[in-house]
Write a protein that binds this ligand. Structure first.
Ligand code: PGA
Length: 249
């Protein structure tokens, strides 16, 4: 059975001391929930966050990693470095990595393979731009992103893959996909995976929605049967908002 997940992507926000304040508050206020709860602070604060959250059910995850084992890649972080500090999950392919940092489908496919080879769990992000949606091309874009990023994977590694559908026009804009639009795309994603692999992989993969999920819209989005949780940006930076979103699931 697929798990419910609420993950907070902090992006380039929060110093170490701010990280301590936020995770301590989250740990204290965390409600009883069946959902997995994760937070993704920036690299330099991962060690601290892991330490502050010792004994808590909140998992600390990474926002990105490089595909190489090690070597001359100034400024980059490897899978082993993440594993070495107790990180077991990594976000790959966030739209900001694609659009601002030029990460192509080819680079992302290599990152996914490198992470899975090290037994890290991967949250793979993808989603269409506004023009794609306006021109009715959003299903093609999403199916190409899935194909290029993931369809070279062996069936057995899919248990370590989580998907995050994040329409780019909804990220950080305050505009969300309607619950119906999210459900429609998540159904399409499951069908695409089922056609490429089989029903059991499609049914067991968690598909998160991301893009301006807030306390006031989370419950409606999460109520859709193919939406298994959310990847939360802005609203995960405030403890009460993030806790309200966790309660909504
Ligand atoms: P947002 O970000 O919730 O601020 O729109 C979502 C994301 O980028 O994962």
């Amino acid at each position: 059975m697929r798990s419910k997940i609420v993950a907070g992507n902090w992006k380039m926000n929060k110093t170490l001391s701010e990280t301590e304040v936020l995770v301590t508050e989250l740990a204290a206020k965390l409600p009883d929930t069946d959902a997995e709860v994760m937070v993704a602070p920036t690299y330099v604060n991962l060690v601290g966050a892991v330490r502050y959250l010792e004994g808590s059910a909140i998992e600390v995850i990474a926002q990105n990693m490089h595909f190489a084992e090690s070597g001359a890649y100034t400024g980059e972080i490897s899978a082993d470095m993440l594993l070495g500090i107790g990180i077991e999950t990594v976000i790959i392919g966030h739209s900001e990595r694609r659009s601002i940092f030029g990460e192509t489908d080819e680079i992302l496919a290599k990152k996914v393979i490198a992470a899975l080879e090290k037994n890290l769990r991967v949250i793979f992000c993808f989603g269409e731009e506004l023009e794609d949606r306006k021109s009715g091309n959003h299903f093609n874009i999403v199916s190409d992103q899935l194909k290029d990023g993931l369809f070279n994977l062996k069936p057995e590694v899919w248990s370590k893959v989580v998907l995050a559908y994040e329409p780019v026009w909804a990220i950080g804009t305050g505009e969300t996909a309607s619950p119906e639009q999210a459900q429609e795309m998540h159904t399409f994603i499951r069908r695409t995976i089922s056609n490429e692999y089989d029903d059991s992989i499609a049914e067991n993969v968690s598909i998160l929605y991301g893009g301006s999920v807030k306390p006031n819209n989370a419950q409606e989005i999460f109520s859709k049967p193919d939406v298994d949780g959310g990847l939360i940006g802005g609203a995960s930076l405030n403890a009460d908002d993030f806790i309200a979103i966790i309660k909504a699931i």
